[in-house]
Write a protein that binds this ligand. Sequence first.
Ligand code: FAD
Length: 323
Amino acid sequence: METKEVIIIGGGLSGIMAARTLMKKGVEDILIVEKSRSVGGRLATRRIGEGKADLGAQFFTVRSPELQEDVGKWLEAGWVKRWFGNPYPRYTSPGGMNTLAKQLAVTIPVKLNARVSSIRDGRDGPLEVELENGERILTNHCVVTAPAPQAIQLLTETAQSRVPTISFAPCFVGMFTFDGASRIPSPGHVDEGLPDGVERVVDHNKKGISSTVTVSVYMKGDWSKRNERLEDDAILGEIQEVAESYLEKGSAVTGAQLKRWKYAEAEVVVRTPFVDVGEEGRIILCGDAFLRENDEAGRTRFESAYLSGVSAGDGLAEKLKGI
Ligand SMILES: Cc1cc2nc3c(=O)[nH]c(=O)nc-3n(C[C@H](O)[C@H](O)[C@H](O)COP(=O)(O)OP(=O)(O)OC[C@H]3O[C@@H](n4cnc5c(N)ncnc54)[C@H](O)[C@@H]3O)c2cc1C
């Protein structure tokens, strides 16, 4: 049976940052276990026809010195660019947000297409991480970064009782290819003056990540909740009407896809960057809903995931290495 010092469940930004922080501090025997076929989680970019769209986070802003320092390096490496916004820049990735996740994870050992089904926490001996395919991995420490409602399902009853209340709202995203221009003004992002229920609209061609015109429409949490029971076609039909209102004269919609994010943004967050839920602190929960006490924005976002992952990695490295 495979054995690791640290298993990180989830290869989204918080898992990647926890891994990078541990590795920087000399904890090398680690593995990210990710259920999808790529790292990134809600930093997701999808192809549609010849086009491309960011389905989750569109951009990120920076308030903390830690992220500011990294962003300086990422700008130099060409991993991110300033998209718009002055004096608070919105940064995005020139290849799509998922590319940034892949670049950040390139040196981290990752096991993809591997869904964890449980973490057994016996008092004596290592933790046992069981995958859906029956495979088991033994480990001394687990960092769980899946959104809390998913994370809780992996834990023993005792560990579950230590998880603070966190709830998430869904977000439905419609993605459309146009055979001509859109009326979305440069730089391709609108989040004001939109119809009821619409959070934002993005033209990924104007954003600079798609060679063809690809428009995505992000619905608010309450709209997505209200329409949760509808079939995909019915939801997509309603969202397409919004996209069509942005067609330039003579352009038409040529393709459509729907993404249902079940856990998009936390409705209830906690004011601590990670929590210990295992026996003797062997299972740490972190992720974008775990905010630092002094977090001014007070909501889940790229930066809260980044900081939570860094804090969890720092906390665990201190325990393992005393640094
Ligand atoms: C539609 C949308 C728009 C957004 N827009 C913005 C924005 O413009 N700006 C911004 O700053 N933020 C935005 N966000 C939020 C931002 O994307 C997230 O805060 C951040 O990416 C969360 O990272 P995370 O690592 O905490 O969680 P996730 O990215 O959700 O990562 C968790 C990972 O765990 C994996 N996982 C779950 N269960 C298991 C299991 N059992 N076994 C193995 N793996 C598992 C998942 O597949 C996933 O990869 C947006 C999010 C959405 C959905």
